[in-house]
Write a protein that binds this ligand. Structure first.
Ligand code: BGC
Length: 369
C-alpha cells in the first residue's frame, strides 16, 4: 500500500510501501482514502519543524485533511455502513484520567498535551490508500459533497472558532448572535486568504457577519475574486495599512486570524473594536522576538472589554457543523467553493507537490483513489 511519509531524522519526504491495516476491534472500520488536502501544517511537517512519528517509528505518514469511503466494518459498527463517505477526525484523547476535557470527548481542549493527532503527532495519517480506525472518529458525508468533502477538516477550524465567539458574546445580552441568531450588524475581519481564511469567511458570511478579508495578493488575484463572489470585501494589505483598517471597515467586532503571522496579528489586535473578540488559529514558526506596544494592547483590552482567544482542532459537533455548512456553501457559492481546490495530483506525484507547490495555489489535493 502506498503512503507518503516524513523521516524527521533523515530529513526526507518519501513515497513508501506500508502494510495494509486490518480491523482490530468490533467497532473498527476500514476506509479507502479518496482525497487528502495539503495545508500549512503539512508544509511545516515537510520542513521538519513540526510533527512526531508514532512511538518506535522512524517515520510519520502525514495527511490529516481527508475524505474516504467505508469499505469494511466490524461486527459491532452502527454509525456508518459500507459505501458511506466519511471524514475522519484528527485528534485522539490523551490517556490520563485526570484530563476532564479528553474524558468528556473534547480532546480538542486536552489539558495535558499528551493527545495524539493522525498525520501530525504520534499517529500515522491519511496520505495512504486505506486506514482503519474506530467508527467513533468517522463523520458521514452526503454523496452530493463528494467533490468538496476534503474541505470539511479545514472548515472545522472556523466552526470551532465561531462557537467560541458566540460563547464569548453571550456576555453581551444585546448581541443577537449570542443567542444563535444571525450576527447581522456585526463586522468580522479575516486575516489571510488561504483555505482556512476563505472557508472562515464563508462561515462568517453564512452566520450573518459583514465580512472583510485582509490579505496580500492583490485585488485581481483568484483569492480576491473568491472573496468578492461570496459577498466579502477584499482589503488589499499592500494598499491599506493596519492602522487604517477601522476607517476602511468600521468598528471591528471579530477578528478571525488565519495567517500564522504573529506580527501582523498583534498589529491588528491594536485596532480591534470595543467588546471585540480576536481569535487566533495560526501556528507560527519560531522567529526572532519582535517588539509590541504592550501598554497600548493592555489599555485597549481593559478599556474596551476585549477578549483574545486561541482555538485549535475541533470536536465532533464542529465536524457536523462543517458538513452542514459545506452543503450551504455549495448551494450558495458553487463556483467560489470549487475555486478553492486549485490542484489535484495522484499519490505518486504527491511528494513533488509537497516539495514544490505551484505559486498561487489555494488548496492542493492528493487524489489517492
Ligand atoms: C489541524 C488541526 C491540528 C493542528 C495542530 C491543524 O493543521 O487542522 O487538526 O489540531 O493543526 O496540530
Amino acid at each position: 500500500m502506498k503512503a507518503i511519509a516524513i523521516f524527521p531524522e533523515r530529513r526526507a519526504v518519501e513515497l513508501i510501501e506500508a502494510p495494509a491495516p486490518r480491523l482490530a476491534s468490533p467497532t473498527d472500520v476500514c476506509v479507502r482514502i479518496l482525497d487528502v488536502g495539503i495545508c500549512g501544517t503539512d508544509k511545516e511537517l515537510c520542513a521538519f519543524k513540526y510533527g512526531t512519528p508514532p512511538p518506535g517509528n522512524d517515520h510519520l505518514v502525514i495527511g490529516h485533511e481527508s475524505l474516504g469511503e467505508v469499505v469494511e466494518v466490524g461486527p459491532a459498527v452502527t454509525r456508518v455502513a459500507i459505501g458511506d463517505l466519511v471524514v475522519p477526525m484528527v485528534r485522539r484523547p490523551c490517556p490520563h484520567a485526570e484530563c476532564l476535557a479528553c474524558a468528556a470527548g473534547r480532546q480538542d481542549f486536552c489539558s495535558t498535551g499528551d493527545y495524539t493527532e493522525r498525520g501530525i503527532k504520534g499517529r500515522h495519517g491519511f496520505m495512504t490508500e486505506s486506514v482503519v480506525d474506530d467508527e467513533r472518529w468517522m463523520n458521514p458525508l452526503p454523496r452530493a459533497l463528494r467533490g468538496v468533502g476534503v474541505l470539511v477538516e479545514p472548515l472545522t477550524i472556523a466552526e470551532k472558532a465561531l462557537v467560541q465567539v458566540r460563547l464569548v458574546q453571550q456576555r453581551l445580552p444585546w448581541a443577537r448572535a449570542a443567542r444563535g441568531a444571525a450576527a447581522s450588524g456585526q463586522r468580522a475581519v479575516v486575516l489571510g486568504a488561504g483555505p482556512v481564511g476563505l472557508l472562515g469567511a464563508m462561515a462568517l458570511v453564512a452566520a450573518g457577519f459583514e465580512t472583510f478579508v485582509y490579505s496580500l495578493g492583490g485585488a485581481a488575484s483568484p483569492r480576491a475574486r473568491i472573496a468578492r463572489d461570496i459577498g466579502v470585501t477584499f482589503v488589499e494589505a499592500e494598499a491599506v495599512e493596519v492602522a487604517a483598517l477601522p476607517e476602511r471597515v468600521g468598528a471591528i467586532d471579530v477578528v478571525y486570524e488565519a495567517t500564522g503571522a504573529s506580527r501582523l496579528s498583534f498589529d491588528v489586535l491594536a485596532v480591534l473594536g470595543a467588546n471585540g473578540v480576536f481569535v487566533f488559529t495560526g501556528v507560527p514558526g519560531r522567529r526572532a522576538p519582535v517588539e509590541v506596544d504592550t501598554d497600548l494592547l493592555m489599555r485597549n483590552l481593559v478599556l474596551k472589554n476585549q477578549v483574545v482567544l486561541g482555538s485549535v482542532n475541533a470536536s465532533r459537533a464542529d465536524f457536523e457543523a462543517a458538513i452542514r455548512d459545506l452543503a450551504i456553501f455549495q448551494s450558495r457559492w458553487p463556483e467560489a467553493l470549487g475555486a478553492l481546490l486549485t490542484g489535484r495530483v495522484p499519490i505518486d506525484d504527491g511528494t513533488e507537490l509537497l516539495r514544490d507547490p505551484p505559486a498561487g495555489a489555494i488548496k492542493n489535493v492528493i487524489a489517492v483513489s
